[in-house]
Design a protein around this ligand. Structure first.
Ligand code: FEO
Length: 167
């Protein structure tokens, strides 16, 4: 049985994951509208991953005989100055998510909830990967700067990455 404090924190993290999914879908739309379809596919895959993260927490709450409480999802930003700005926003989102996962892990430990800590181990490892791709994309877009050919090459590369991961 989940302690109410942990149940609330898990429901809040479930909402964080759904918010991330919504944000990545808005980023997908931004790229689609500019015919940068490789980046769009990559972001679509991220949105789907976030949905899976939300479901992992959803299942854990039920596995522990808790109550899922779905909350409203804030409207995502949909206006960005550049592809770099999109990935910068993604990087900020991931850093925020890492912080909230770590806080949740700490809270679970303080409440002797070892099962929740075990479930969160997966997220802790995943967040290392999540921050890495976002930071790398910002770095690559810095290198590309205003060079349109480099941007198109990166678009193709991210499209291939999404296809590989989806295969
Ligand atoms: Fe669910 Fe991108 O962290």
């Amino acid at each position: 049985m989940l302690k109410p404090k942990i149940e609330d924190a898990l429901n809040a993290q479930l909402n964080e994951e759904q918010t991330a999914a919504q944000e990545y879908l808005a980023m997908t739309a931004w790229f689609e509208q500019r015919n940068l379809r490789g980046f769009a596919s990559f972001m679509r895959a991220q949105a789907e991953e976030e949905r899976q993260h939300a479901l992992k927490i959803f299942d854990h709450i039920f596995d522990r005989s808790g109550h899922v409480q779905l909350k409203s999802i804030a409207e995502p930003a949909s206006d960005f100055d550049s592809p770099r700005a999109v990935f910068e926003a993604a990087y900020e989102r991931e850093k925020g998510n890492t912080k909230s996962i770590h806080a949740l892990y700490r809270l679970a430990g303080e409440n002797d909830d070892y099962a929740t800590q075990a479930m969160l181990q997966w997220f802790i490892t995943e967040q290392v990967e999540e921050e890495r791709w976002a930071e790398e994309a910002v770095g690559l877009l810095d290198v590309a700067a205003d060079n349109r050919s480099a941007l198109l090459m990166l678009d193709a590369r991210y499209g291939a990455k999404a296809a590989e991961e989806g295969a």
